[in-house]
Design a protein around this ligand. Structure first.
Ligand code: NAP
Length: 490
């Protein structure tokens, strides 16, 4: 029984208590002894426990996914779609429960968690619909008595590992296209946020997903990761998380030459030009920088502001940041939750200290918040040195550091001076500049005059060390399909 049944679990107040599971899901069965504690980062209270599975249980899950694959891939796209659309309907119907569970384990404000549930469900709906449009090709052959066709077929069993910052959406962004394509999956969510994953599996079962198509394991990341990257029965490995872990796991995949997709860390530049709509730019920066307390891979991490509007923009942004309500996401109208753990808080503090040590000035924040624990005040720093730690590494916290630039050329040079290449943003009202800058930024995604770039209909992913492959949109489905050329001699 969870310590939290009267405490943390009582506060979550689920309408459907069976959405809270403390066991893993393998071959349609709930299994494993719950031993690892999962805590609410806002209160540090124990929500419950999860199993500490390892190599052998992960191999059992791979065996289940392998056994389920032939039947699942032979289902019609319409049959798969029916289940996926129902699954999305169930997520939407239980939005409040799923959101409360997510806020408790992850810390994000309830309003953001509600939004993430709808966003997460959208990948099930969109890919359910798209499964019906996995068209192949016919190619004019070089000889009159030959025919060439290209078939698209599911890659096979997929190993997936996801992070804690979007506990539902990072799962459905992989599981949606994978299952729609006809693949079966073994998923390891972060041990910090497993309950969203388990609740999604409860609803998958209710929607009619057959046993073995989706399997979820939790426990020691290293041995589980080894099986998912090295087992020859797994055809494809897909990972969302930090760049160092992604590199290591990609290397582990080399031995069995798996298809690999990586959604890794970002270090997004946010450019504000003299001709920008400053109100829109400041609002865009708030959305991009402070959503999920700065813990998104596409968070604006380095804000480059042109000379002519620097002071005005800095004041505007600091006012908006200072007005954000900090607190427990389950209580009141919170806009900023806690950081995920102490390590994250210490990283934020190190980045702020480094910036200040190199001459940055505090406009607002720059201290731990009075809520204690891992709460940190929304922070805006000006006069940040262009080579401060804050600009070189992903901060993953609520800190906006402003760097001054003079020309468009300077801005692009600074923005592109990074090994990360996930998202970038720019605010300008000049049409020609918006095109030059969009094309000049070496990033997988560009938000031009907007801080919001995530939707299921558009490809999400990075270049350089931010990853390989795309999630979302028709391109996301291709990641789970192999091409087969069939030659027919008449
Ligand atoms: P992380 O430390 O790399 O962890 C991600 C996942 O990998 C977790 O499930 C973790 O398990 C697991 N893991 C860690 N070490 C492993 C190992 N040696 N073998 C196998 N699995 C291992 O990243 P995070 O701190 O959770 O997430 C934040 C990072 O994700 C940031 O860099 C962010 O930018 C990136 N991110 C990228 C995207 C994108 O779409 N590009 C989206 C969201 C987040 P445990 O947590 O259970 O230890």
């Amino acid at each position: 029984m969870a310590d939290g049944e009267t405490g943390e679990l009582g506060r979550i107040a689920l309408n459907r208590s069976d959405l809270f599971r403390e066991q893993c899901y393998i071959n349609g069965k709930w299994t494993g002894d719950p031993t690892i504690e999962v805590r609410n980062p806002a209160t540090r209270g124990v929500i419950g426990r999860i199993p500490n599975l390892g190599k052998s249980e992960t191999e059992t899950a791979v065996a289940a996914a392998t056994a389920a694959f032939p039947k699942w891939k032979s289902e019609t796209a319409a049959a798969r779609a029916k289940i996926m659309l129902k699954w999305n309907d169930l997520m939407v119907a239980h939005q409040e429960d799923l959101a409360r569970l997510m806020t408790a384990e992850q810390g994000k404000p309830l309003a953001e968690a509600r939004g993430e549930i709808v966003y997460a469900g959208s990948f099930l709906q969109w890919y359910g619909e798209e499964a019906k449009r996995v068209y192949g090709d016919t190619i004019p052959a070089p000889a009159a008595d030959r025919r060439i066709m290209v078939l698209k077929q599911p890659v096979g069993v997929v190993g997936a590992i996801t992070p804690w910052n979007f506990p539902a959406a990072m799962i459905t962004r992989k599981v949606g296209p994978g299952i729609a394509a006809g693949c079966t999956i073994v998923l390891k969510p972060s041990e910090l946020t497993p309950y969203s994953a388990f609740a999604i599996a409860v609803l998958a079962e209710e929607a009619g997903l057959p046993p073995g198509v989706l399997n979820i394991v939790t426990g020691d990341a290293e041995p589980i990761g080894r099986v998912l990257t090295e087992d020859p029965r797994i055809a494809k490995f897909t990972f969302t998380g930090s760049t160092p872990v992604g590199k290591k796991l990609a290397a582990q995949c080399a031995g069995t030459v798996k298809r690999v997709s990586l959604e890794l860390g970002g270090n997004a530049p946010f450019l504000v030009f003299d001709d920008a709509d400053l109100e829109a730019a400041a609002s865009g920066a708030i959305i991009s920088k402070f959503r999920n307390t700065g813990q998104t891979c596409v968070c604006a991490n380095r804000l480059y502001v042109q000379d002519g509007v620097y002071d005005k923009f800095a004041t505007l942004l600091a006012e908006k940041a200072a007005a954000l309500a900090v607190g427990d996401g389950l209580v009141g109208v919170t806009q900023q939750g806690p950081l995920i753990n102490m390590k994250a808080l210490e990283k934020v503090e190190a980045h702020v200290a480094d910036a200040i040590g190199h001459g940055a000035k505090i406009l607002t924040g720059a201290h731990r918040d009075s809520h204690g624990g891992t709460f940190y005040q929304p922070t805006v720093l000006r006069d940040v040195a262009p080579d401060a730690l804050l600009t070189r590494e992903e901060t993953f916290g609520p800190v906006a550091g402003l760097v001054r630039f003079k020309s468009e050329e300077d801005a692009l040079r600074l923005a592109n001076d990074s090994r990360a290449g996930l998202a970038a943003y720019a605010f300008t009202r000049e049409l020609a500049r918006s095109w030059r800058v969009s094309e000049g930024l070496e990033y997988g995604m560009v938000g031009m005059n907007t801080g919001l770039i995530s939707t299921e209909v558009s490809p999400f992913g990075g270049v350089k060390e931010s990853g390989i492959g795309r999630e979302g949109s028709k391109y996301g489905l291709d990641e789970f399909l192999d091409l087969k050329a069939v030659f027919v001699q008449l």
